[in-house]
Design a protein around this ligand. Sequence first.
Ligand SMILES: *Cc1c(COP(=O)(O)O)cnc(C)c1O
Length: 401
Amino acid sequence: MNSSGSLDSADPLARYSGLFLRDSAVVSYLDGNSLGRPLTASIERVQQFMTEQWGSRLIRGWGEGWLELPARIGDDLGRVALGAAPGQVVIGDSTTVLVYKLVRAAVDARPDRTEIIIDRENFPTDRYVVEGIAAERGLTVTWIGGESEPESDAGVTAKRLSKKLSDKTAVVVLSHVAYRSGYLAEVPALTELIHAAGALVVWDLSHSVGVVPTQLDAWGVDLATGCSYKYLNGGPGAPAFAYVRSELQGELRQPIQGWIGSRTPFEMGQGYTPADGIGGFTSGTPPIIGMLAMQDMIALIEEVGIDAIRAKSVALTRYAVQLAAELLPDARLASPKDPARRGSHITLDQDGFDEVVPKLWAQGVIPDYREPNGIRIGLSPLSTSFAEVELGIWAIRHPGD
Ligand SMILES: *Cc1c(COP(=O)(O)O)cnc(C)c1O
Protein backbone atom coordinates (compact mmCIF):
# COMPACT_ATOMS: atom_id res chain seq x y z
CA MET A 1 0.00 0.00 0.00
CA ASN A 2 1.24 3.52 -0.75
CA SER A 3 2.07 5.73 2.21
CA SER A 4 -0.20 8.66 2.95
CA GLY A 5 2.77 10.95 2.23
CA SER A 6 3.19 9.66 -1.31
CA LEU A 7 -0.58 9.75 -1.90
CA ASP A 8 -0.71 13.37 -0.75
CA SER A 9 2.24 14.42 -2.90
CA ALA A 10 0.68 12.76 -5.96
CA ASP A 11 -2.76 14.29 -5.25
CA PRO A 12 -3.63 16.98 -7.83
CA LEU A 13 -6.24 18.40 -5.40
CA ALA A 14 -3.95 18.58 -2.35
CA ARG A 15 -3.37 22.33 -2.67
CA TYR A 16 -7.05 23.12 -2.09
CA SER A 17 -6.97 21.99 1.54
CA GLY A 18 -5.10 25.21 2.38
CA LEU A 19 -8.20 27.21 1.43
CA PHE A 20 -10.09 25.93 4.49
CA LEU A 21 -9.94 27.34 7.99
CA ARG A 22 -7.94 25.08 10.28
CA ASP A 23 -7.61 24.77 14.02
CA SER A 24 -4.29 23.27 15.06
CA ALA A 25 -6.02 21.24 17.80
CA VAL A 26 -8.00 19.29 15.18
CA VAL A 27 -5.43 16.91 13.76
CA SER A 28 -7.79 14.68 11.77
CA TYR A 29 -11.25 15.87 10.73
CA LEU A 30 -13.31 12.92 9.55
CA ASP A 31 -16.78 14.42 9.72
CA GLY A 32 -16.93 16.61 6.62
CA ASN A 33 -20.02 14.64 5.64
CA SER A 34 -21.85 16.00 8.67
CA LEU A 35 -20.50 19.55 8.88
CA GLY A 36 -17.96 20.71 6.31
CA ARG A 37 -15.07 22.96 7.33
CA PRO A 38 -15.42 26.65 6.50
CA LEU A 39 -13.52 28.16 3.58
CA THR A 40 -11.47 31.17 4.66
CA ALA A 41 -13.01 33.07 1.72
CA SER A 42 -16.34 32.85 3.55
CA ILE A 43 -15.05 34.94 6.45
CA GLU A 44 -14.59 37.91 4.17
CA ARG A 45 -17.86 37.26 2.35
CA VAL A 46 -19.84 37.25 5.59
CA GLN A 47 -18.04 40.31 6.94
CA GLN A 48 -18.54 42.21 3.71
CA PHE A 49 -22.21 41.31 3.65
CA MET A 50 -22.63 42.61 7.20
CA THR A 51 -20.96 45.95 6.54
CA GLU A 52 -21.69 46.70 2.89
CA GLN A 53 -25.05 44.97 2.44
CA TRP A 54 -27.02 44.56 5.64
CA GLY A 55 -25.28 47.45 7.42
CA SER A 56 -25.65 50.05 4.70
CA ARG A 57 -28.33 48.91 2.28
CA LEU A 58 -30.68 47.79 5.08
CA ILE A 59 -34.24 47.11 3.86
CA ARG A 60 -33.30 48.27 0.34
CA GLY A 61 -31.17 45.13 -0.03
CA TRP A 62 -34.23 42.97 -0.66
CA GLY A 63 -34.91 44.83 -3.89
CA GLU A 64 -31.23 44.95 -4.84
CA GLY A 65 -30.62 41.24 -5.21
CA TRP A 66 -31.33 39.46 -1.94
CA LEU A 67 -34.71 38.19 -3.05
CA GLU A 68 -33.19 36.73 -6.22
CA LEU A 69 -30.40 34.98 -4.32
CA PRO A 70 -32.22 31.66 -3.62
CA ALA A 71 -32.87 31.01 -7.31
CA ARG A 72 -29.53 32.43 -8.45
CA ILE A 73 -27.50 30.19 -6.13
CA GLY A 74 -29.86 27.35 -7.04
CA ASP A 75 -28.98 27.78 -10.73
CA ASP A 76 -25.27 27.79 -9.88
CA LEU A 77 -25.62 24.64 -7.81
CA GLY A 78 -27.66 23.02 -10.58
CA ARG A 79 -24.98 23.75 -13.16
CA VAL A 80 -21.97 22.85 -11.00
CA ALA A 81 -23.12 19.79 -9.10
CA LEU A 82 -26.61 18.58 -9.99
CA GLY A 83 -26.84 18.40 -13.76
CA ALA A 84 -29.88 20.69 -13.66
CA ALA A 85 -30.69 23.40 -16.20
CA PRO A 86 -31.62 26.84 -14.77
CA GLY A 87 -34.99 27.49 -13.18
CA GLN A 88 -35.34 24.18 -11.36
CA VAL A 89 -33.33 24.60 -8.14
CA VAL A 90 -33.95 26.96 -5.24
CA ILE A 91 -32.24 27.44 -1.86
CA GLY A 92 -34.27 27.80 1.34
CA ASP A 93 -35.85 25.97 4.28
CA SER A 94 -34.19 22.96 5.92
CA THR A 95 -33.96 19.55 4.28
CA THR A 96 -36.61 18.33 6.73
CA VAL A 97 -39.06 21.03 5.65
CA LEU A 98 -38.28 20.47 1.97
CA VAL A 99 -38.78 16.71 2.27
CA TYR A 100 -42.20 17.56 3.69
CA LYS A 101 -43.05 20.05 0.96
CA LEU A 102 -41.88 17.85 -1.91
CA VAL A 103 -43.37 14.59 -0.67
CA ARG A 104 -46.68 16.31 0.08
CA ALA A 105 -46.71 17.89 -3.36
CA ALA A 106 -45.96 14.51 -4.92
CA VAL A 107 -48.62 12.48 -3.04
CA ASP A 108 -51.21 15.12 -3.79
CA ALA A 109 -50.39 14.73 -7.50
CA ARG A 110 -51.31 11.01 -7.29
CA PRO A 111 -54.68 11.21 -5.51
CA ASP A 112 -55.83 7.74 -6.58
CA ARG A 113 -52.83 6.02 -5.01
CA THR A 114 -52.46 5.00 -1.38
CA GLU A 115 -48.84 4.20 -0.55
CA ILE A 116 -45.49 5.89 0.04
CA ILE A 117 -42.40 3.69 -0.21
CA ILE A 118 -39.28 4.45 1.86
CA ASP A 119 -36.45 2.34 3.28
CA ARG A 120 -35.66 1.57 6.93
CA GLU A 121 -32.04 2.68 6.43
CA ASN A 122 -33.06 6.13 5.28
CA PHE A 123 -32.17 9.12 7.46
CA PRO A 124 -34.54 9.50 10.43
CA THR A 125 -35.96 12.85 9.34
CA ASP A 126 -37.00 11.43 5.97
CA ARG A 127 -38.71 8.47 7.65
CA TYR A 128 -40.44 10.59 10.28
CA VAL A 129 -41.70 13.13 7.76
CA VAL A 130 -43.05 10.36 5.53
CA GLU A 131 -44.82 8.75 8.49
CA GLY A 132 -46.34 12.11 9.36
CA ILE A 133 -47.58 12.72 5.82
CA ALA A 134 -49.05 9.22 5.65
CA ALA A 135 -50.98 9.88 8.88
CA GLU A 136 -52.11 13.30 7.65
CA ARG A 137 -53.30 12.01 4.26
CA GLY A 138 -54.59 8.56 5.30
CA LEU A 139 -51.87 6.73 3.34
CA THR A 140 -49.83 3.60 4.07
CA VAL A 141 -46.04 3.52 4.41
CA THR A 142 -44.51 0.55 2.61
CA TRP A 143 -41.04 -0.19 3.98
CA ILE A 144 -37.99 -1.56 2.21
CA GLY A 145 -35.71 -3.36 4.68
CA GLY A 146 -35.92 -3.69 8.42
CA GLU A 147 -35.73 -6.75 10.69
CA SER A 148 -37.12 -9.17 8.14
CA GLU A 149 -34.81 -8.01 5.35
CA PRO A 150 -31.35 -7.61 6.89
CA GLU A 151 -29.58 -6.43 3.74
CA SER A 152 -28.76 -2.96 4.91
CA ASP A 153 -25.25 -2.71 3.47
CA ALA A 154 -26.68 -3.66 0.08
CA GLY A 155 -28.80 -0.50 0.11
CA VAL A 156 -31.88 -0.03 -2.02
CA THR A 157 -31.37 -2.07 -5.18
CA ALA A 158 -33.68 -2.41 -8.19
CA LYS A 159 -34.56 -5.91 -7.03
CA ARG A 160 -35.60 -4.83 -3.53
CA LEU A 161 -37.55 -1.84 -4.83
CA SER A 162 -39.38 -3.83 -7.53
CA LYS A 163 -40.86 -6.11 -4.89
CA LYS A 164 -42.61 -3.16 -3.26
CA LEU A 165 -43.70 -1.05 -6.24
CA SER A 166 -47.29 -1.39 -7.39
CA ASP A 167 -50.15 0.57 -8.90
CA LYS A 168 -50.86 1.78 -5.36
CA THR A 169 -47.51 3.56 -5.06
CA ALA A 170 -47.84 7.32 -5.14
CA VAL A 171 -44.28 8.33 -4.20
CA VAL A 172 -40.93 6.73 -3.41
CA VAL A 173 -38.49 8.55 -1.11
CA LEU A 174 -34.85 7.47 -1.35
CA SER A 175 -31.39 8.71 -0.41
CA HIS A 176 -28.73 8.84 -3.10
CA VAL A 177 -26.05 7.97 -0.52
CA ALA A 178 -27.19 6.16 2.64
CA TYR A 179 -26.22 8.19 5.70
CA ARG A 180 -24.87 5.22 7.67
CA SER A 181 -23.51 2.65 5.22
CA GLY A 182 -22.56 5.08 2.46
CA TYR A 183 -24.33 2.86 -0.12
CA LEU A 184 -24.67 4.73 -3.42
CA ALA A 185 -28.03 4.11 -5.06
CA GLU A 186 -28.39 3.83 -8.83
CA VAL A 187 -30.53 6.88 -9.41
CA PRO A 188 -31.27 6.45 -13.16
CA ALA A 189 -32.26 2.77 -12.93
CA LEU A 190 -34.42 3.20 -9.81
CA THR A 191 -36.06 6.36 -11.16
CA GLU A 192 -36.98 4.49 -14.34
CA LEU A 193 -38.54 1.64 -12.36
CA ILE A 194 -40.56 4.08 -10.26
CA HIS A 195 -41.82 5.88 -13.35
CA ALA A 196 -42.75 2.57 -14.98
CA ALA A 197 -45.01 1.98 -11.96
CA GLY A 198 -46.62 5.39 -12.51
CA ALA A 199 -45.20 6.88 -9.29
CA LEU A 200 -43.07 9.93 -8.55
CA VAL A 201 -39.68 9.93 -6.80
CA VAL A 202 -38.11 12.28 -4.27
CA TRP A 203 -34.33 11.83 -4.03
CA ASP A 204 -32.52 13.06 -0.91
CA LEU A 205 -29.04 14.11 -2.03
CA SER A 206 -27.81 15.30 1.39
CA HIS A 207 -24.89 12.89 1.46
CA SER A 208 -23.97 13.17 -2.21
CA VAL A 209 -24.34 16.79 -3.28
CA GLY A 210 -20.92 18.31 -3.96
CA VAL A 211 -19.10 14.99 -3.85
CA VAL A 212 -20.90 12.55 -6.18
CA PRO A 213 -21.90 13.95 -9.59
CA THR A 214 -25.58 13.74 -10.52
CA GLN A 215 -27.43 14.38 -13.77
CA LEU A 216 -30.91 15.12 -12.48
CA ASP A 217 -32.26 16.37 -15.80
CA ALA A 218 -30.80 13.53 -17.87
CA TRP A 219 -31.82 10.91 -15.31
CA GLY A 220 -35.44 12.03 -15.40
CA VAL A 221 -35.59 12.77 -11.65
CA ASP A 222 -38.85 14.38 -10.53
CA LEU A 223 -37.92 15.98 -7.22
CA ALA A 224 -34.81 16.22 -5.09
CA THR A 225 -33.53 17.97 -2.00
CA GLY A 226 -30.42 17.98 0.17
CA CYS A 227 -28.30 19.77 2.74
CA SER A 228 -25.79 22.54 2.10
CA TYR A 229 -23.82 22.23 5.35
CA LYS A 230 -22.25 18.84 4.55
CA TYR A 231 -20.12 18.71 1.38
CA LEU A 232 -21.27 22.21 0.36
CA ASN A 233 -19.64 23.78 3.46
CA GLY A 234 -22.47 26.25 3.98
CA GLY A 235 -22.11 26.24 7.78
CA PRO A 236 -24.27 24.97 10.64
CA GLY A 237 -27.95 25.14 9.74
CA ALA A 238 -27.35 26.60 6.27
CA PRO A 239 -30.52 26.22 4.18
CA ALA A 240 -31.19 23.26 1.90
CA PHE A 241 -32.02 23.13 -1.82
CA ALA A 242 -35.02 21.86 -3.70
CA TYR A 243 -35.03 20.58 -7.29
CA VAL A 244 -38.36 20.44 -9.08
CA ARG A 245 -38.25 19.23 -12.67
CA SER A 246 -39.54 22.01 -14.92
CA GLU A 247 -42.29 19.89 -16.50
CA LEU A 248 -43.74 19.25 -13.05
CA GLN A 249 -43.67 22.80 -11.73
CA GLY A 250 -47.06 23.73 -13.09
CA GLU A 251 -48.72 20.51 -11.92
CA LEU A 252 -47.38 20.16 -8.39
CA ARG A 253 -48.56 22.26 -5.42
CA GLN A 254 -46.51 22.41 -2.25
CA PRO A 255 -48.39 22.73 1.04
CA ILE A 256 -46.78 25.72 2.81
CA GLN A 257 -48.53 28.62 1.12
CA GLY A 258 -46.43 31.57 2.21
CA TRP A 259 -46.32 35.08 0.85
CA ILE A 260 -42.83 34.86 -0.67
CA GLY A 261 -43.93 31.88 -2.75
CA SER A 262 -47.01 33.69 -3.98
CA ARG A 263 -47.27 35.33 -7.39
CA THR A 264 -47.29 38.90 -6.06
CA PRO A 265 -45.82 39.03 -2.54
CA PHE A 266 -45.72 42.81 -2.29
CA GLU A 267 -49.33 43.36 -3.30
CA MET A 268 -50.23 41.76 0.04
CA GLY A 269 -53.55 40.78 -1.44
CA GLN A 270 -56.26 38.32 -0.40
CA GLY A 271 -55.97 34.68 -1.36
CA TYR A 272 -52.90 32.70 -2.38
CA THR A 273 -51.84 32.10 -5.95
CA PRO A 274 -48.46 30.32 -6.28
CA ALA A 275 -45.68 32.00 -8.22
CA ASP A 276 -44.88 30.42 -11.58
CA GLY A 277 -41.85 28.19 -11.78
CA ILE A 278 -39.54 27.18 -8.96
CA GLY A 279 -40.52 30.28 -6.94
CA GLY A 280 -43.84 28.60 -6.19
CA PHE A 281 -41.96 26.05 -4.08
CA THR A 282 -40.65 28.72 -1.68
CA SER A 283 -42.64 29.89 1.33
CA GLY A 284 -41.25 32.63 3.59
CA THR A 285 -38.42 35.16 3.80
CA PRO A 286 -35.22 33.55 2.53
CA PRO A 287 -32.36 33.04 5.06
CA ILE A 288 -29.83 35.22 3.24
CA ILE A 289 -27.00 35.08 5.79
CA GLY A 290 -27.16 31.30 5.74
CA MET A 291 -26.68 31.30 1.96
CA LEU A 292 -23.41 33.20 1.98
CA ALA A 293 -20.76 30.56 2.69
CA MET A 294 -22.14 27.91 0.34
CA GLN A 295 -21.45 30.26 -2.58
CA ASP A 296 -17.71 29.99 -1.96
CA MET A 297 -17.85 26.20 -2.00
CA ILE A 298 -20.03 26.09 -5.11
CA ALA A 299 -17.50 28.35 -6.86
CA LEU A 300 -14.65 26.10 -5.73
CA ILE A 301 -16.45 22.96 -6.94
CA GLU A 302 -16.86 24.64 -10.31
CA GLU A 303 -13.17 25.51 -10.44
CA VAL A 304 -12.00 22.00 -9.51
CA GLY A 305 -14.72 20.06 -11.34
CA ILE A 306 -17.09 17.58 -9.71
CA ASP A 307 -15.54 14.59 -11.52
CA ALA A 308 -12.08 15.34 -10.10
CA ILE A 309 -13.67 15.67 -6.66
CA ARG A 310 -15.35 12.29 -7.04
CA ALA A 311 -12.06 10.72 -8.13
CA LYS A 312 -10.32 11.93 -4.96
CA SER A 313 -13.28 10.85 -2.84
CA VAL A 314 -12.98 7.32 -4.21
CA ALA A 315 -9.23 7.31 -3.55
CA LEU A 316 -9.79 8.53 0.03
CA THR A 317 -12.42 5.93 0.95
CA ARG A 318 -10.36 3.20 -0.73
CA TYR A 319 -7.34 4.18 1.35
CA ALA A 320 -9.42 4.30 4.55
CA VAL A 321 -10.83 0.82 3.85
CA GLN A 322 -7.37 -0.64 3.13
CA LEU A 323 -5.87 0.87 6.27
CA ALA A 324 -8.79 -0.27 8.41
CA ALA A 325 -8.43 -3.84 7.10
CA GLU A 326 -4.79 -3.78 8.14
CA LEU A 327 -4.95 -1.88 11.43
CA LEU A 328 -8.44 -2.69 12.74
CA PRO A 329 -8.86 -6.41 12.03
CA ASP A 330 -11.80 -6.75 14.44
CA ALA A 331 -13.85 -3.97 12.85
CA ARG A 332 -16.44 -4.89 10.24
CA LEU A 333 -16.84 -2.69 7.18
CA ALA A 334 -20.53 -1.72 7.19
CA SER A 335 -20.18 -0.04 3.77
CA PRO A 336 -20.00 -1.41 0.23
CA LYS A 337 -16.57 -2.92 -0.59
CA ASP A 338 -16.66 -1.58 -4.14
CA PRO A 339 -15.74 2.13 -4.10
CA ALA A 340 -17.98 2.70 -7.12
CA ARG A 341 -20.94 1.64 -4.98
CA ARG A 342 -20.34 4.04 -2.10
CA GLY A 343 -20.33 7.77 -1.43
CA SER A 344 -17.62 9.66 0.43
CA HIS A 345 -17.91 8.07 3.85
CA ILE A 346 -17.49 4.61 5.34
CA THR A 347 -18.71 3.09 8.58
CA LEU A 348 -16.77 0.57 10.65
CA ASP A 349 -18.69 -1.45 13.22
CA GLN A 350 -17.16 -2.89 16.36
CA ASP A 351 -18.51 -3.35 19.86
CA GLY A 352 -17.02 -0.75 22.16
CA PHE A 353 -16.66 1.97 19.53
CA ASP A 354 -19.11 4.09 21.55
CA GLU A 355 -16.37 4.43 24.18
CA VAL A 356 -13.63 5.05 21.65
CA VAL A 357 -15.16 8.11 19.98
CA PRO A 358 -15.03 10.47 23.01
CA LYS A 359 -11.35 9.59 23.46
CA LEU A 360 -10.69 10.42 19.83
CA TRP A 361 -12.49 13.75 20.09
CA ALA A 362 -10.39 14.63 23.14
CA GLN A 363 -7.26 14.27 21.04
CA GLY A 364 -8.52 16.21 18.03
CA VAL A 365 -9.46 13.21 15.89
CA ILE A 366 -13.06 13.80 14.85
CA PRO A 367 -15.12 11.07 13.22
CA ASP A 368 -18.66 10.48 14.48
CA TYR A 369 -20.47 7.64 16.16
CA ARG A 370 -23.55 6.01 14.71
CA GLU A 371 -25.70 3.53 16.62
CA PRO A 372 -25.45 0.73 17.44
CA ASN A 373 -21.63 0.41 17.24
CA GLY A 374 -20.27 2.31 14.26
CA ILE A 375 -17.51 4.83 13.73
CA ARG A 376 -18.40 6.82 10.65
CA ILE A 377 -15.55 8.36 8.69
CA GLY A 378 -16.57 11.11 6.29
CA LEU A 379 -13.97 12.27 3.80
CA SER A 380 -14.49 15.64 2.21
CA PRO A 381 -12.18 15.53 -0.80
CA LEU A 382 -11.15 19.18 -0.99
CA SER A 383 -10.33 19.58 2.69
CA THR A 384 -9.13 16.11 3.74
CA SER A 385 -5.63 14.76 3.21
CA PHE A 386 -4.55 11.12 3.07
CA ALA A 387 -2.33 11.89 6.10
CA GLU A 388 -5.43 12.85 8.10
CA VAL A 389 -7.01 9.52 7.20
CA GLU A 390 -3.91 7.63 8.28
CA LEU A 391 -3.66 9.51 11.56
CA GLY A 392 -7.35 8.91 12.22
CA ILE A 393 -7.25 5.15 11.65
CA TRP A 394 -4.14 4.81 13.84
CA ALA A 395 -5.93 6.78 16.56
CA ILE A 396 -8.90 4.39 16.42
CA ARG A 397 -6.44 1.52 16.87
CA HIS A 398 -4.76 3.18 19.86
CA PRO A 399 -7.36 5.54 21.33
CA GLY A 400 -6.00 7.72 24.07
CA ASP A 401 -2.34 7.54 22.99
C1 LIG B 1 -28.21 15.32 7.09
C2 LIG B 1 -29.46 14.81 6.48
C3 LIG B 1 -30.69 15.45 6.72
C4 LIG B 1 -30.75 16.63 7.67
O1 LIG B 1 -31.93 17.35 7.57
P1 LIG B 1 -32.02 18.77 8.33
O2 LIG B 1 -33.37 19.24 8.08
O3 LIG B 1 -30.93 19.63 7.77
O4 LIG B 1 -31.74 18.51 9.78
C5 LIG B 1 -31.81 14.96 6.08
N1 LIG B 1 -31.76 13.87 5.26
C6 LIG B 1 -30.57 13.24 5.03
C7 LIG B 1 -30.54 12.05 4.11
C8 LIG B 1 -29.40 13.67 5.64
O5 LIG B 1 -28.25 13.04 5.43
